[in-house]
Design a protein around this ligand. Structure first.
Ligand code: FES
Length: 107
C-alpha cells in the first residue's frame, strides 16, 4: 500500500492507502472522496475524475496519453499545469506520499 493525500478545494485532507496497480480514481471513489466522480469507470469518456497533481510529483508520473489530453480539454473546472485524470494514474510503491488536489467541481 502507498499513501496518497487528497486535498479538497476547501483545504480538508484525506489520506488513503492505495494498492499499487489501483488507479487513484478507483481508490477515491471506493473510499468516499466525493470530489472525484469517475462516472465512466475509467474508460476516458467523462473527465469527471480531474485532479491537480502537486508540482514535485508531476514529473514522476507517466506523461498523459493523447486520449487523456483530449479529455483534459473537457474538464469542468479550471485546467492547470498539474491537471490530470485520476483514472489514468496507476499507483506504484514509489509514488508513496503523492499529493493531489481536487477541483471545485467535476461538471
Ligand atoms: S473516470 Fe471517466 S475519464 Fe476518468
Amino acid at each position: 500500500m502507498a499513501e496518497v493525500r487528497f486535498i479538497a478545494d476547501d483545504g480538508s485532507e484525506t489520506v488513503l492507502d492505495v494498492q499499487p496497480g489501483n488507479t487513484l480514481m478507483m481508490a477515491a471513489v471506493f473510499d468516499g472522496i466525493t470530489a472525484i466522480e469517475g462516472v465512466c469507470g475509467g474508460c476516458l469518456s467523462c473527465a469527471t475524475c480531474h485532479v491537480y497533481v502537486d508540482e514535485p510529483w508531476r514529473d514522476r508520473l507517466p506523461a498523459p496519453s493523447r486520449d487523456e489530453l483530449r479529455m483534459l480539454a473537457e474538464v469542468a473546472a479550471e485546467r492547470r499545469p498539474g491537471s490530470r485524470l485520476s483514472c489514468q494514474i496507476e499507483m506504484r510503491e514509489d509514488l508513496a506520499g503523492l499529493v493531489v488536489r481536487t477541483p471545485d467541481r467535476q461538471y
